[in-house]
Design a protein around this ligand. Structure first.
Ligand code: AVJ
Length: 319
């Protein structure tokens, strides 16, 4: 068995305090919102895994197609000996990349879900004896303090998760990634691309209702962690495309007027009939946008790969 270590950057009670702060700020003001990172408890992570297999949810398959075709090239161009993966989840999408990197010395999966990291670590240490795996439980929007490992280093942020951040947060996040990189290191960034609105909305509102359950799961997390009394069945799942900022928004719409108590933060929320909580933005990108956002933090895009359908892109940014 190869070495597997797991580090939590935050003690469990700090995660709870962060949730409490987000709930107070997001549900205590209007329009009401909750940040998407709280979707991913064990159940939410499982629901997301199911989403990735849905016929309507194309991003995972499109990105996998690129990774299948281009992993050899990515491995060669980056020459990576350390791979840091932000928001690694189950690490399933990284499989091709890891297989194309026989010289890799260290893999650092970083995720908010400890359960996902443990599953991935267990699997990997069986498949890749000799690879050092150091998992880190962390929120990638926070300060990034990660094991450095031997260079060249490749920092991968796949799945299109950067789209969960608003433009200002994106700039801060990208500049903290930039700080992790030395000359010769690179960023591999996955971005979902702007396309037909119907295709986009369907991807976030599937026929089986798995995304709806995933969306409502955040209410269960708040119930459990902050002793709230949300009744998830009284919220309708909503997915809308906002053509201005070019993002899909997920919301939960209150069915009827209702009062929710959240004793963990001493908050009582009165929701009007039809009032919506925003639970996620998922921004979609264009090549020029990615180029200029990376340029703004001092990185240059040297490669741009898309799937054959042009739905999703991987770009390589260097310092
Ligand atoms: C994991 C953030 C990339 O925004 O597409 C899937 C999450 N939300 N369906 C995305 C998600 C609803 C997903 N990311």
């Amino acid at each position: 068995m190869s070495p597997f270590r797991i580090t939590r950057t935050l003690p469990e009670d700090a995660a709870r305090a962060a949730l409490a702060a987000d709930v107070l700020a997001g549900l205590g003001s209007r329009p009401r919102s909750l940040p998407p990172r709280w979707f991913y408890d064990a159940r939410g992570s499982e629901l997301f895994e199911r989403i990735t297999g849905l016929p309507e949810y194309y991003p995972t398959r499109a990105e996998r197609e690129i990774l299948t075709d281009r992993s050899g090239e990515i491995a060669r161009v980056s020459g990576a000996r350390t791979l840091v993966e932000l928001g690694s989840g189950s690490s399933e999408k990284t499989r091709h990349l890891l297989e194309a990197m026989p010289e890799l010395a260290l893999y650092v999966p970083v995720d908010v879900s400890e359960s996902a990291l443990r599953g991935a670590g267990r699997e990997l240490s069986e498949r890749r004896p000799g690879l050092d795996v150091h998992a880190v439980v962390a929120d990638f929007t926070g300060r990034l303090e990660l094991p450095r490992g031997p260079g060249p280093r490749l920092v991968a942020f796949l799945g299109g998760t950067i789209g969960n951040l608003e433009p200002g947060e994106r700039a801060r996040f990208l500049s903290s990634v930039r700080e992790l990189l030395s000359p010769g290191d690179a960023l591999l960034l996955g971005t979902d691309l702007v396309k037909d609105e119907r295709v986009l909305v369907r991807a976030y509102d599937d026929a089986q209702g798995v995304t709806a359950e995933f969306n409502r799961n955040v209410l269960r997390v708040v119930n459990r962690e902050l002793s709230a009394d949300f009744r998830p069945e009284l919220f309708d799942h909503v997915a809308v495309w906002d053509a201005g900022p070019e993002w899909v928004e997920m919301r939960l719409r209150s069915r009827g007027a209702q009062t929710v108590k959240i004793p963990g933060v001493d908050l009582v929320v009165d929701l009007a009939d039809g009032e919506e909580l925003r639970t996620e933005i998922s921004a979609k990108f264009r090549a020029e946008g990615v180029r200029s956002e990376l340029a703004a933090v001092g990185m240059e895009v040297t490669r741009w790969w898309t799937d054959r359908g042009g739905r999703f892109a991987l770009s390589l940014g260097v310092v």
